[in-house]
Ligand binder design. Sequence first.
Ligand code: SAM
Length: 313
Amino acid sequence: MRTLRLSVIDRCPHRCGYCRPGLLTPFVDRGSWLSPADYARLAPVFAELGVEKVRFTGGEPLLRTDLEDVLSAVRVGLPRADLAVTTNGLLLSTRLRALARAGLSRATVHVDTLDPSRYRTLMGEGDVARVLDGVLDAREVLAEVKLNVVVQRGRNDDELLEFLEWSRVHRVEVRFIELMNTGSAIAYARESFVSGREIVTAVRARVGARPLIRLRPSDPASRFVTDHGVVFGVIASDTEPFCDACNRLRLTVDGRLRGCLYEGAGVPLREAARTSGFEQLSALVRDAVAHKRSHHPSRGRRLTLFSMSERGG
Ligand code: SAM
């Protein structure tokens, strides 16, 4: 089973201190974006490779006005795949039903604080109440909704228990994410980094944190349950990398395929998707996938500088 992460746009209205879209690399010109027709040609190739889960991310995927068309195109080529989105949630309520009709079944909503004024400081313009309303709407419509919280020392690490209480009340699982050093975040990560282990220790000291068995080895989150029965996840990509179990492929908005988030240039597929037949395109993708390996800095690889918004977090 493989997971495909499609970064369908590299733009985002937010300016999270660790991501800062557009800072390291100029935004991809709109004319170079993969179109729904491109996705329709690529999807069967990924189906053949055993992709069973597709996550639409970015940038902010809900800024793409044709996201429903992109989803429909992918669903036709990958009819058995589970379709998920990672979003900042600001437009979720507005788009939710149309996205569900197009095949969306899961959403992960990224929100680093529950406090309205802190939200503007940490993430940018936007109303956190609207984001959380979007989460609750999505909980009614989709099969699964989760929250992603990037934990940052001195900025939101005092909110762990508030998130767990919100999770208990609203029955939405929270995942606490370790800040990754992607190059757009070198200085920020240095001062704000909190390890997954520290996160678990802090929660355990207050409300308990009993480890749960990992359901799938490729699942990036270690899961725990508090003494109150609240299940939460911790994703420690830097201190506990899960490269050996990684089954992900990533495709950027301009059609570059990477087997690892940290890989350099990737394999360009856009032109091939437009000009080659299925067999040729399939051979190109299979070759790229055969060369999939970890480029994680923990494996001694040099860090290529990028922002998560380019490659899809
Ligand atoms: N706009 C959407 C959002 O806000 O979730 C999708 C794109 S965003 C790049 C996807 C995820 O990447 C978010 O959950 C965000 O927190 C995470 N992310 C971005 N930069 C990160 C970093 N340096 N370390 C850890 N997580 C990061």
